[in-house]
Design a protein around this ligand. Structure first.
Ligand SMILES: [Zn+2]
Length: 478
């Protein structure tokens, strides 16, 4: 029988070890020389002083705060009068600047439309651009490349490449379709096999697409849930109401991919994205049919992803999107021509649809729904990672959310969806030191969110200018 007197000490020891292992898991791994090239500071202890803190919960900004970053975590945060920098800390004076949580963005991609029906695989440049724009965690919203999302996720986690933490989706789960780079699952058994295979390969979430059948979607959701993974969908053949009944976790493009209100919708058939969007344009956000769908989605715990950025590129009269200069000259010119063509279509349905999307997203949120943010760098181009994430936050403000709400949707809500809000998505003691330093006050002037000066991920401060310079003018090649 062991000496009883040793018991308390053993307990204390195991407690210390538990804390140490939590600390270690938050701490960044040893960084490769490739990553170090983009790092401005990786000091063991960093004190950010005189900062305006926007904590991501929607709470008002707090001036004159000191934050202590140590071992990849925020270990203290408070008024300058209470919190002083520890001896030996690197002190970074943020007078006139703000700190927000790293963006948690959930409809991102590592591919981009480079030619007719073709998607270039741009993970190498995109991961750097996302980080430069302040994105510290992202979910890819379906992949067109097979292994790249998974391999890049692993390389970033291991400190071999610079980029955000990635929730890596598998290749899309879709029915028979026209895409050259997409698989087709014909039935429930094939859907199950697709999910099982990619989960075994290291994918961490799934996205269903426009031509999937109810049977295949149900099987995919069941298989993913068995493995503790979530499923989102950009749907068309399956309505939002049907998908909610099948247990889907998230729906993309808020209500713009809903076919619930197409009057002659046949089961398992996509009536075309345009038909769904015509019906949405005519929808009354105060009417019973819409309210009933919202009620169901909320009751079933289905989150919606706002991707206003990609729809803005389809809408006449909108400004050129930010970040085009990082593209190769050919891709930049290609998008500028698209933008000019869009501008001429003064009868475009998007003129009504974009404001409608904003109104519906507001109504869903006000009713208690979980709205998350993403950008979707696909469409006809022009949605440039990093830059577009900042634009998405601005567009949420255009949609009628306050700047603090827009920031919260783009940080804390994303973390809640991922089930990671205990470690990321807001700025409180004990959270991972994922935060963005911006020059100005985005709680008042949301456009200040474009003035990113420093991006911390797990306590390592990255220089956005260096990340951007490493790809500028060449995005489209890698
Ligand atoms: Zn997408």
């Amino acid at each position: 029988m062991p000496d009883r007197s040793s018991l308390p000490r053993l307990l204390v020891c195991s407690g210390v070890m538990a804390v140490a292992s939590i600390m270690a898991s938050a701490q960044a791994p040893t960084l490769s020389d490739n990553v170090k090239a983009y790092v401005r500071t990786s000091a063991a202890v960093i004190a950010l002083t005189n900062a305006r803190v926007i904590d991501g919960t929607g709470a008002p900004a707090r001036p004159d705060q000191t934050l202590i970053l140590r071992a990849g975590l925020i270990t203290d945060i408070g008024d300058a009068a209470r919190v002083s920098p520890p001896a030996g800390a690197e002190i970074i004076d943020l007078a006139g600047k703000s700190v927000i949580p790293g963006l948690v963005m959930l409809h991102e991609h590592l591919y981009y439309p480079t030619g007719p029906g073709v998607y270039g695989q741009l993970g190498e440049s995109f991961t750097r651009l996302y980080l430069a724009g302040g994105v510290t965690t992202m979910r890819t919203g379906g992949n067109m490349n097979g292994y790249m999302d998974i391999n890049l996720k692993r390389a970033i986690d291991a400190g071999q490449k610079a980029g955000p933490a990635i929730d890596a989706t598998a290749p899309y789960v879709n029915g028979p379709n026209q895409f050259q780079q997409m698989n087709a699952v014909n039935d429930a058994a094939e859907a199950r096999r697709h999910v099982a295979y990619w989960a075994d390969q290291g994918a961490t979430s799934f996205k269903a697409y426009m031509q999937i059948s109810r049977a295949a979607l149900g099987a995919a959701i069941e298989e993913a849930h068995t493995r503790g993974m979530k499923v989102t969908g950009h749907l068309c053949s399956v309505t939002y109401s049907e998908a909610a009944d099948l247990g889907i976790d998230n729906l993309e493009h808020s209500f713009l991919a809903s076919t619930d209100f197409v009057s002659d919708k046949a089961p398992d058939v996509c009536p075309g994205q345009g038909a769904g969007q015509q019906a949405i344009t005519a929808l009354d956000e105060n009417g019973e049919p819409f309210k009933a769908l919202v009620k169901k989605l909320i009751a079933k715990g289905v989150a919606l992803t706002s991707t206003l950025t990609v729809f803005e590129t389809f809408t006449p009269g909108r400004p050129l999107p930010p970040g085009l200069d990082v593209l190769t000259p050919q891709l930049k010119q290609q998008f500028e021509q698209t933008h000019a063509r869009v501008a001429q279509n003064t009868q475009s349905n998007y003129l009504k649809l974009l404001p409608k999307a904003m109104a519906l997203e507001r109504a869903f949120t006000r009713a208690g729904g979980l709205l998350v943010a993403g950008t979707d760098p696909t469409g006809s181009g022009g949605v440039i990672p990093g830059y577009s994430n900042q634009r998405q936050v601005e567009l949420l403000v255009d949609a009628g959310f306050s700047p603090l709400e827009a920031i919260s949707i783009s940080t804390h809500n994303g973390a809640r969806y991922l089930g990671r809000d205990r470690s990321i998505g807001s700025l409180t003691v004990g959270k991972q030191a994922d935060l963005v330093v911006v020059n100005g006050d985005p709680s008042v002037t949301i456009a200040d969110i474009r003035k990113v000066e420093l991006v911390f991920r797990r306590g390592v401060g990255f220089d956005p200018a260096k990340l951007i310079a490493s790809v500028s003018g060449r995005v489209g090649l890698f």
